[in-house]
Ligand binder design. Structure first.
Ligand code: PLP
Length: 413
């Protein structure tokens, strides 16, 4: 597209935007004087859908009026209200996804099943700059097997002097270590650089070599389209409070490919994974549900799921292709304006991405502070990156234009 460096052009893009009305479906944050902020932190905590409180209110009301009777009529299968939309979100079958627990908890549950070191294969390929929680989870899982982290982890990072990982380097590392790798575990989209990985190629390349492949989709879910089933991904996990706007600490999602549903391996059990028809017979003989739901342990956090139902309805209605397209257009417009107006800023996020741009700004932290003081909500990640993520459902091209001006002023002191 031919962009123009003007506010009237930004406004014209907003006018033409087919998703423009969705902003009204969210509560938009304001400063103390009632002016709207520029909220570019949907990659960290998505905004509150206006229907969320009504959705929670419904459950509160049923609880107050019916007590435990609410369980039988409503809550026992409450998580199933999120099944279809979650399946569409990640490109899975409905039997392949469940919303449960929190992200790192789910990563542990999945690793218990899917990390199976044996004499020949013990190694795990991860990103050098993986999110810390993933690193801690992996390290502790390795130690649970009585193995040493140093002998087990293969960390793949950017080459010296580069900021992002080359796709070819990932493939080369898999190839080189293919006899020793038990597991490939990568983020679908790196939280720090905003780089999206070629999950399809990684999954098929790994699986052809007999390696289990899992992805952390914390920054992919709700940002980029996914086809986990068709790609043959073994397992994946994501949180729902970032792009998906489920609210702080909202329950997370898992995907387990259907080829694993008749599972004979290790798995941590709880009653919510038990066959539904006979669950309340309270037998001591465990009979698993033959789907991803067998990985559930406890009954669902209803109040946590209620807001997510409101936001997932929006994602389901629009679809990820359209949402990603808008996210890309927002980030392309921002990239254009940065290059036109502030060429001294470097953008480390490659074209293979969603809506987030990670930028390195001369003056670093002090510029970030100045952005915050001027009504821009974005985040700082050590050592030198500012992450800005214009969310396709509630941010505008005009906000991007205003952001660039605020940034330019901050740089000019
Ligand atoms: C946000 C994020 C997490 C957070 O984990 P929680 O268990 O939800 O606290 C983990 N991994 C990645 C890659 C993330 O982006």
């Amino acid at each position: 597209m031919n962009y123009q460096n003007s506010i009237s052009f930004a406004k014209s893009l907003d006018k033409k935007d087919s998703l423009k009305n969705y902003r009204k479906e969210f509560h938009y944050p304001k400063d103390d004087n009632g002016n709207e902020l520029i909220y570019f932190c949907g990659n960290s905590l998505g905004l509150q859908p206006k229907k969320a409180s009504e959705q929670i209110g419904k459950e509160f009301s049923i609880w107050s009026k019916k007590g435990v009777l609410g369980q039988e009529t409503r809550w026992i299968d409450y998580h199933e209200r999120l099944t279809k939309s979650s399946a569409n979100l990640v490109g899975g079958r409905e039997t392949e996804v469940v919303i449960m627990n929190a992200l790192t908890v789910n990563i542990h549950l999945l690793l218990i099943s899917f990390y199976n070191p044996n004499k020949k294969r013990i190694k795990i390929l991860i990103e050098k700059d993986a999110f810390p929680s993933d690193k801690y989870a992996i390290q502790s899982q390795i130690e649970l097997h009585g193995l040493e982290v140093a002998n087990t982890l293969i960390e793949i990072g950017p080459r010296k002097g580069e900021k992002i990982i080359r796709d070819q380097d990932i493939m080369d590392s898999i190839e080189k270590n293919s006899d020793e790798l038990a597991l490939i575990y990568l983020g679908g989209l790196n939280y720090y650089t905003g780089q999206a990985f070629d999950m399809e190629s990684i999954a098929s390349f790994g699986r052809l070599r007999g390696i289990t492949v899992g992805f952390n989709l914390a920054h992919s879910a709700g940002n980029v389209p996914l086809k986990l089933h068709d790609w043959g991904v073994d397992f994946a996990a994501w949180c729902t409070y970032k792009y998906l706007c489920g609210g702080p600490g909202s329950p997370a999602g898992i995907f387990i490919h259907e080829q694993h549903h008749d599972w004979k391996g290790k798995r941590l059990l709880g009653w919510w994974g038990h066959e539904k028809e006979s669950r309340f017979e309270m037998s001591s003989q465990y009979k698993p549900i033959l789907s991803s739901e067998a990985w559930q342990i406890s009954n669902a956090p209803i109040m946590g799921m209620a807001p997510l139902i409101s936001s997932m309805e929006i994602f389901e209605k629009i679809g990820m292709e359209t949402i990603h397209k808008k996210g890309m257009q927002l980030s392309l417009f921002m990239e254009y304006l940065l290059k036109e107006n502030i060429p001294e800023i470097s953008i480390i996020t490659p074209k293979n991405r969603g809506c987030q741009l990670s930028i390195v700004v001369p003056g670093g932290r002090s510029i970030f502070d100045s952005l915050i003081n001027n009504g821009v909500v974005c985040d700082w990640r050590n050592p030198d990156v500012i992450r800005v993520a214009p969310h396709p459902l509630f941010n505008t091209y005009t906000e991007i234009f205003k952001f660039i001006n605020i940034l330019k002023k901050a740089l000019n002191g």
